[in-house]
Design a protein around this ligand. Structure first.
Ligand code: DC
Length: 672
């Protein structure tokens, strides 16, 4: 997951390969609740691990459900319809799929069995209406107080006395989750009588209600439906765990990769595993909309293969009420269509994680699109001229994910632009590894993948600076010195002499290295410490003067330039390896400062050291690095010089990030 302040996506030109989808959010949270209310133990497979499911699980634990993990499988032993805990405060983040059904279930249980519960979330959750559900529950005898504004969370559910003889009415035209909440909760109080729910107003997002009915069936409850107006829960309904439940992949999440395939899968398809034509999720019908825009889609029961069909895409007019979430993806695909794409009947966008119509309009305009925003529809006309834009995401996972598709703009414009996604961490709500998956199936032209180089003499603090920069930008890190050190270590182990140029080059070409977090593995062994030894550094300095060794490591170093970008540190990163780097930094701390740093570093790691020797050694190494015939240590002509002798790491990082920012084309970003 990218937890950076923002993530810059270089222009993308191709998509192909395999994506495995995370579990569906809607199915995951419904299954968790049903398992939590059932008697017995449910084993949930392929559950989505995300912010929204975490808060639901936490709530179930607080309520007394037993939750244990066995590898990939989560076991939940439910309450069997009896409250174990009569008082609790539940924090539900921004998860509508937890807030609504838990409100209904706990309000009914509290009124029936006695109890007092407080349900709250993040500030945005407290702006998302729940009045229609409260209005449906109060006439049933549930005592519900809105603790902030009337009609919005936080809520207190405080006992009451059930009266269930009249039909139960709920509005269906703001969020189908209110009806879903009642359907999931009312079986709890169906003893002795069937319960009828009547929907007022046109029910929106019907497919989500179908998911609810489908899952209720799996948990033993057969709801009878008359059209979309009346739903009857049979008398004495009881939740019965089906034992094992498999959660399908998230069809809304699939939409981003279906779109990527439609835009950029030219020589081979994008294959999506986890959903297919057997899916019970309404958003699978996004496939039809994508086809209408030009996508070529093949499918199996639980897979899809997408490639580009028509190009440019065809603009469409679509009543998107049945696929409200996935339709956001269509609004971004519209950037690649000929003409104006209009999505109608999407008023529910305004009460989701953010006001999605307003947010979508504002951010699409930043890219240069013309947008017509109406209370319940949006129309998008592609940019005449694309602009590099910093996309605000409003703590809305879908904003981040669908706008990532704007990075494919080289396919439609002669002047490609990168796209900045602010707060990429918000994808954790449903798809924590979204960007990793996107980078797995996307290709950029190598020269478009940004590189920041940090060169300088030994012990100048390059490594530390580069590592922090990479982390802050969400970029890959190349510590090129490690490659020379690894060659040196291999030479010592295999007794290849320091003058055996061909032998050393062979070792360099055959290095078997793996980098995980702060660890370097060589031939499967953790060699992080061995690589730092003075003897190894010293030999590395010597053998790095050999042309054949440098040649042998050349391609390997270039291969680190991968999406979304690279920070490379070494001696010749800016001069030889990445002469086209967007920013080159050259560190120039004095020998004394560097010797002192190295001294402290060695002592802290338990090695012995002495300052004069270190000084002399650094000077010798500097001289060797600077005077060698090939790739000598010297600043690139366009390098920014940085003497960090008097600076803390944070100060150097901030300074360099400031330079980096200035080199980027995002004038409308948060740094404005
Ligand atoms: O940065 P370091 O101390 O880990 O590097 C070890 C040796 O490798 C150093 O003495 C010089 C050499 N080196 C090089 O010649 N070119 C690079 N790009 C990186 C390191």
């Amino acid at each position: 997951m990218y937890a950076t302040a923002h993530l810059d996506l270089p222009p993308l030109v191709h998509a192909r390969g395999l994506v495995r989808l995370p579990g569906s959010k809607s199915i995951s949270n419904r299954v968790l609740l049903l398992a939590g209310l059932s008697e017995g133990t449910t084993r949930v497979h392929d559950l989505l691990a995300s912010d929204d499911t975490r808060v639901m699980l936490e709530a179930l634990r607080t309520l007394g459900c037993q939750v244990t993990r066995h590898g990939e499988v989560l076991e939940i032993t439910g309450l069997g319809g009896r409250l174990k805990t009569r008082e609790a405060k539940l924090f539900l983040g921004n998860a509508g799929t937890a807030m609504r059904p838990l409100t209904a279930a706990l309000a009914l249980l509290a009124a029936d069995q006695g109890g007092s519960f407080e349900l709250s979330g993040i500030p945005r959750m407290h702006e998302r209406p729940i009045g229609d559900l409260v209005d449906a529950l109060r006439p049933l005898g549930c005592r519900i107080d809105c603790l902030g504004q009337e009609g919005y969370p936080p809520l207190r559910l405080d006992g009451g006395k059930l009266k269930l003889d009249a039909p139960i009415r709920v509005r269906g035209d703001v969020s189908s989750q209110f009806l879903t909440a009642l359907l999931l909760a009312l079986p709890l109080v169906s003893e002795g009588r069937a319960l009828v729910i009547e929907v007022e107003g046109e029910l929106i997002s019907k497919p989500y209600v179908e998911i609810t009915l489908n899952l209720l069936r799996r948990f033993g409850i057969e709801v009878q439906r008359e059209g979309w107006l009346r739903f009857t829960i049979p008398q004495d309904s009881r939740y019965r765990t089906p034992g094992d439940v498999h959660v399908e992949g998230d069809a809304s999440s699939a939409s981003y990769f279906i779109a990527a395939g439609a835009l950029a899968a030219v020589d081979a398809p994008v294959r999506i595993e986890g959903v297919g034509h057997d899916s019970i999720q309404g958003d699978i019908r996004f496939v039809e909309a994508a086809r209408a825009m030009g996508a070529k889609v093949a499918s199996g029961p639980n897979w899809l293969e997408i490639s580009r069909g028509e190009w440019p895409l065809k603009a469409i007019e679509l009543d998107a009420n049945h696929i409200p979430d996935a339709a956001m993806t269509l609004a971004v695909m519209a950037l690649y269509a000929q003409g104006t794409t209009r999505l109608t009947n999407i008023a529910s966008w305004r009460v989701k994680e953010t006001d999605r119509i307003a947010a979508m309009a504002k951010e699409l305009r930043k890219l240069g699109a013309t947008v017509d925003e109406q209370p319940d529809s949006i129309a998008v006309t592609p940019p005449a001229q694309w602009r590099a834009a910093s996309i605000e995401t409003y703590d809305d996972h879908r904003m981040a994910m669908c706008f990532a598709l704007a990075a494919f703009n080289p396919l439609i414009t002669q002047q490609p632009v990168p796209v900045r996604i602010e707060d990429p961490r918000c994808v954790a709500k449903t798809f924590p590894d979204f960007f990793e998956s996107l980078f797995d199936v996307s290709r950029a032209r190598t020269e478009d993948i940004p590189v920041l180089t940090v060169d300088g003499p030994t012990a100048s603090g390059k490594g530390t600076l580069a590592a922090v920069l990479a982390q802050r930008l969400g970029y890959h890190l190349l510590d090129s010195g490690v490659l020379y050190r690894a060659t040196a270590l291999a030479a010592i182990r295999r007794q290849v002499g320091p003058d055996d140029e061909a032998g050393l080059a062979e070792l360099a070409a055959g290095l078997n290295l793996r980098f995980n977090a702060d660890q370097v593995q060589m031939d499967g062994e953790d060699e992080t410490l061995a690589l730092r030894e003075e003897q190894v550094g010293s030999l590395a300095s010597r053998i790095s003067a050999l042309p054949a060794v440098r040649r042998a490591l050349f391609e390997l170093q270039l291969s680190f330039r991968q999406l979304p970008g690279l920070v490379a540190d070494g001696r010749d990163m800016g001069t030889v390896l990445f002469p086209g780097a967007q920013l080159k930094v050259f560190l120039t701390a004095s020998v004394e400062t560097r010797a002192e740093r190295r001294y402290n570093q060695l002592i802290s790691k338990g090695f012995s050291a002495n300052l004069p020797d270190l000084c002399a050694d650094l000077e010798a190494r500097d001289l060797r690095d600077k005077t060698r015939a090939i790739s000598p240590l010297k600043p690139a002509q366009d390098a920014r010089m940085l003497d960090n002798s008097q600076m803390t790491v944070d100060e150097s990082v901030d300074l360099v990030l400031g330079w980096w920012e200035a080199s980027r084309p995002f004038q409308d970003g948060p740094g404005r």
